[in-house]
Design a protein around this ligand. Sequence first.
Ligand code: FES
Length: 265
Amino acid sequence: MASPAETRTPVRSRASIAARTLRTDRWWVPPLLTTLGLATFVIYAGIRSFMRTGYWDAEYHYLTPFYSPCLSDSCLPGSAHFGTPIGELPGFIPLAFLSLPFLLGFRLTCYYYRKAYYRSIWFSPPACAVAEPHAKYTGETRLPLIVQNAHRYFFYVAFLITLINTYDAIVAFRGGFGLGNLILVGNVVLLWCYTLSCHSCRHVTGGRLKHFSKNPVRYWIWTQVSRLNTRHMQFAWLTLGTLVLTDLYVWLVSTDVISDLRFIN
Ligand code: FES
């Protein structure tokens, strides 16, 4: 009979190939594009969050998601849907300073975006069959990548903020019904798809269960979430687009650059 030492799987090191990779395809293009897309969004959202103009249309009750919830005395009259428990804020603090860091954290630690910037920026790993520059693979066990483990907490807060955005979209119907309402509602529907298709949501709904058969309700919810989860990448891209579109629309309408298309006044 073979001894345990003889049956142990041999430890394999990388093949000693001088070339960094033998791949000839442009394996670096997709992760680079994803990272650039996310970076563009973060820059746009950052600039808009500090502008303090064009975020609220008092006539049609449109509030951009980048300023929600607005909770300070510095918010324009009518835009603070939950009151103003916070006093005046200095100009260098975004009016939605309570929600923006969590939304940013939710995006940046999203499994889909992680995959992209691990490959295009962190190079750990760059791609299949491409050697990485790091001497040792430590995964998400050390700073800074250990922060990724906070994703589930960002998910909890993002869930609450999506509820708030939903409320904002409903409140906007007080001003009648126009194209802006459709844009706000469409954005919120897609935000729910993105939030509920999160991998952490799958874990919340179906994780740690030993027997699905004994938890039919959770199993059903987990099945629906899992269906959405197969489209998580699409929702990630769509919501980047709808968030910018919604903000841009509210900005242009509230500053009278364009007129809202009205269906019912
Ligand atoms: Fe993408 Fe959670 S939001 S995995």
